[in-house]
Design a protein around this ligand. Structure first.
Ligand SMILES: [Zn+2]
Length: 319
């Protein structure tokens, strides 16, 4: 079990405030078979006038065009693990396509000097994630936007997955602020009406909320008046393994789709099909997300364990 606490102490405190983000990159197709974001960005690129928002510079990027063309998550390597410190491995002549592409994206998005103020990266899941806003820190602007989104749409969940500069290898780290949207359940590689609408509307509403904020608006102050629930990632959990290190269990049918629902000790989590025995959850209560996610099967990841927190105005406290 890899525990988030192993490499950093999760912070529950609001981060420092910056000026309002103005240059926004909307990214789709970081995973080529997650089509909702691809449709959104193609719309943005094809009809930029419809996406113009006063006071903002909105740019669209299809991150992995070769993977989109082939309707695959990636060709050689997960592009969304090629940033942060991993970018040092990129070279223009690297044999791995995603390593080359990561460097191109770094340059397209301003090469660090002219980086976007905010990157919104649009993803889909087969897991029942609803409309999940993933934040890698309690950064006031993204947290404020996420909280407002949750206020106006009960399907929205806020998931704080703390990352350090070392562990943040994700594309949105190219922005000064970062948001990843995970929308599901959607079968990967399919054109889903609701998932496209959700990605488009969440993105547009976030842009309009940013544009309507006055120059002296403080998201930290606004957050002081807000109360909401969010989740914090505690650990990444693998499928049970046999003696050869091969996964030997399935997600139990009673557990499937129960993302964001609390699991108490003893509740059915996996089933061992060779003996048809139930493998229950052991340990303190936890809330799973990415439960049975198809994209994580190749890594042997069964779910991420989280806990529910309550936003008190200045910090998160366990419920
Ligand atoms: Zn993805």
């Amino acid at each position: 079990m890899e525990t988030v606490d192993d490499h950093l102490e999760p912070s529950f405190i609001l981060g420092p405030e910056t000026s309002r983000p103005r240059k926004i990159a909307v990214v789709g197709g970081t995973h080529g078979n997650e089509r909702g974001g691809v449709w959104v960005v193609e719309d943005l690129l094809g009809r930029p006038q419809d996406w113009q928002v006063p006071g903002l510079e909105v740019i669209g990027l299809l991150a992995n065009p070769l993977a989109i063309q082939r309707n695959l998550r990636y060709l050689d390597r997960d592009l969304n693990r090629c940033f942060g410190p991993q970018l040092l491995h990129s070279r223009p002549d690297h044999e791995v396509w995603e390593r080359r592409r990561a460097l191109e994206i770094f340059e397209i998005l301003g090469g660090g000097a002219d980086r976007p103020d905010l990157v919104i990266d649009l993803h889909n899941t087969t897991a029942n994630m609803g409309l999940t806003w993933i934040l890698t820190s309690l950064d006031p602007w993204p947290l404020y936007l996420a909280a407002k989104a949750q206020e106006s749409d009960p399907r929205v969940r806020i998931l704080h997955t703390p990352e350090s500069a070392q562990s943040n290898v994700f594309l949105p780290s190219l922005g000064s602020h970062e948001i990843t949207l995970e929308i599901g359940p959607v079968p990967h590689g399919t054109h889903s009406h609701w998932a496209w609408l959700a990605a488009r509307d969440q993105t547009r509403q976030a842009l309009h909320r940013l544009a309507s904020a006055s120059d002296d608006f403080s998201p930290s102050q606004a957050l002081q008046e807000m109360r909401f629930e969010f989740y914090q990632t505690l650990s990444v959990e693998s499928y049970p393994l046999d003696v050869n290190g091969k996964p030997c269990a399935l997600i139990h049918q009673e557990a499937q789709g129960r993302d964001y629902q609390p699991f108490a000790e003893g509740m059915a989590l996996f089933v061992d099909p060779s003996r048809e025995t139930t493998i229950p959850h052991r340990g303190p209560p936890m809330v799973p997300v990415f439960l049975g996610e198809a994209a994580y099967v190749e890594s042997g990841i069964a779910f991420h364990a989280t806990r529910r927190l309550h936003w008190t105005g200045t910090r998160g406290e366990p419920c």
